[in-house]
Design a protein around this ligand. Structure first.
Ligand SMILES: [Zn+2]
Length: 325
């Protein structure tokens, strides 16, 4: 039996694993951040998760065996009952069939403590709902602006899952027959606002249309192979015209989709998070507010539209909430 109330939370992303160890008041006592392995498939990912737990536990001054449990927020299709993750397309080499991540992680650590899985966006929204920007609200729409644009709904205190895929705000159509989305369909908000879609657009305009931009030189300076949130931010700070144009287009698409979703479910608050959302912060949340206004049915009485309050650790804090307290 666990002898402490300490819990670990793991946020498994396409680029990094964030681990924390928290106490019963959700205070972070130890943390670790490791790159998500690009090769080696599920085995390598589970090894990295285990290493991150060990490092975060060491930071908190305890052995992993002293933890009451571990929660993991993961991309892909999660079966929380079985503790499996399937079709996590953000994770390189992840198979279509379910991988028993919970059992493998416990085994990797040589422990018999509970490991609970949840959807990465769902747990991040739960954290904002319980501990962060939506803490005094009954219903919230989450918009997580990152590589894609994830979304989630909590209605009257209950996560709304529909038949399993509710809240996919990134795939709300903002342009009929519009730009091709990563999901294969056309005109989704994510095709305009997701970091991956923005990068593809920037590359096309730069390489095929001769548009000048500092985006790719900043990428090389930083030794990166893709346009991270930080690179977009730096380019915008330097007044890069193409970057600003694509960011404005992204904000417009987010505004249209979020306003349409608000018109449908009428939550009292919209929380904007995700890698780009957190990096660009309040000034760009204000732009999203402005972009929503023309499409809001109750434009004289809009919901609160706020920046995620838990920052980079929101996903890991939400994952820790999966462990029964
Ligand atoms: Zn789509």
């Amino acid at each position: 039996m666990a002898t402490t109330a300490l819990r670990a939370g793991l946020d498994l992303g396409g680029t990094k694993v964030q681990a924390i160890v928290v106490d019963e008041r959700h205070e972070v006592l130890g943390q670790a951040r490791l790159p998500t392995p690009r090769t080696g498939g599920p085995e390598a990912v589970v090894e990295t998760l285990a290493a991150a737990v060990r490092e975060a536990a060491a930071g908190a001054g305890v052995e992993p065996g002293a933890l009451a449990g571990i929660g993991v927020g993961s991309p892909g299709s999660i079966d929380a009952e079985r503790g499996t993750v399937a079709t996590a397309k953000n994770l390189p080499g992840w198979p279509e069939e379910p991988v028993p991540m919970a059992a493998e992680l416990a085994r990797g650590l040589g422990l018999e403590i509970p490991v609970r899985l949840g959807n990465d966006v769902g747990v991040a929204l739960r954290a904002e709902f319980e501990l962060g920007a939506a803490a005094n609200h009954a219903s919230v729409l989450g918009v997580f602006w990152g590589t894609g644009v994830g979304g989630g709904l909590i209605l009257e205190g209950t996560p709304w899952k529909g038949r399993g895929s509710a809240g996919e705000i990134g795939h709300v159509v903002v342009v009929k027959d519009g730009r091709r989305c990563s999901c294969g369909r056309r005109g989704c908000m994510e095709a305009y606002a997701g970091r991956a879609g923005m990068e593809a657009r920037a590359r096309h305009l730069h390489e095929n249309k001769g548009r000048k931009t500092k985006l790719f030189s900043i990428m090389e300076e930083r030794g990166r192979d893709r346009l991270t949130s930080g690179i977009w931010y730096r380019a915008a700070e330097r007044g890069d015209e193409l970057a600003l144009e694509l960011l404005e287009e992204a904000v417009g698409a987010i505004g249209t989709a979020a306003a349409s979703a608000v018109n449908l479910v009428d939550p009292s608050v919209v929380v904007v998070g995700g890698g780009l959302g957190i990096r660009f912060g309040e000034p760009w949340v204000e732009r999203i507010r402005e972009a929503m206004r023309p499409s809001l049915f109750r434009d004289d009485d809009p919901p609160e539209i706020v920046l995620a309050a838990l920052g980079d650790l929101g996903g890991a804090l939400g994952a820790a909430l999966l462990v029964a307290r």
